[in-house]
Design a protein around this ligand. Sequence first.
Ligand SMILES: Cc1cc2nc3c(=O)[nH]c(=O)nc-3n(C[C@H](O)[C@H](O)[C@H](O)COP(=O)(O)O)c2cc1C
Length: 182
Amino acid sequence: MPTVLMIVGSLRKQSFNRQLAQFAAHALAGRANVSVLDWRDVPVFNQDEEFPNPESVASARTAVADADALWIVTPEYNHGMPGPLKNLLDWLSRPAEDGSPSPLFGKTMTMSGAGGANCVRDSFATLLPVLEFMKMRFAPATFTGVAVSREMFISDTLELDDAAKSAIEHQADALIGMVDER
Ligand SMILES: Cc1cc2nc3c(=O)[nH]c(=O)nc-3n(C[C@H](O)[C@H](O)[C@H](O)COP(=O)(O)O)c2cc1C
């Protein structure tokens, strides 16, 4: 069974994006082993302290390298991707001390997100050139952006309508299809 690693762009415990990742995991059930990357201890990148990699970075590198595909699920902060997520990608973009390349390079992936009325459009827009620069391979499905309603913000519980559910299912199908092709 292939492995899919979820990278949630919010570290908030009750994160809507963490909840959206659970919907995505559900859509992949029976077709992939799904796990969620724990990257909360990854420090702010400092090239002076790059090697040896901090333990949290080394384990994130291994988890990404071992995954057949990644699914980034992220909010939008100030009309761009969250700074902490960019920091994580900067760490992962680097070669290891032994010279082995970035585990992101050429990785199959897709992305989704939950946020305000903008449906995380600008988060996707700032992520895209970064991911393309890393030669990541996008599954052939539209990225799903979900708007969190006022009621959901109050209850801290994400609910998906039928359109969002089927968009996530379509992404899951496309991701698995691409992994199976390889
Ligand atoms: C620093 C910050 C900036 C934000 N900027 C935006 C934004 O530009 N667009 C938007 O739709 N939501 C924005 N939001 C609201 C987030 O979409 C909302 O807090 C969302 O719940 C965060 O995702 P999470 O629940 O996974 O933590 C911002 C939130 C924070 C904390």
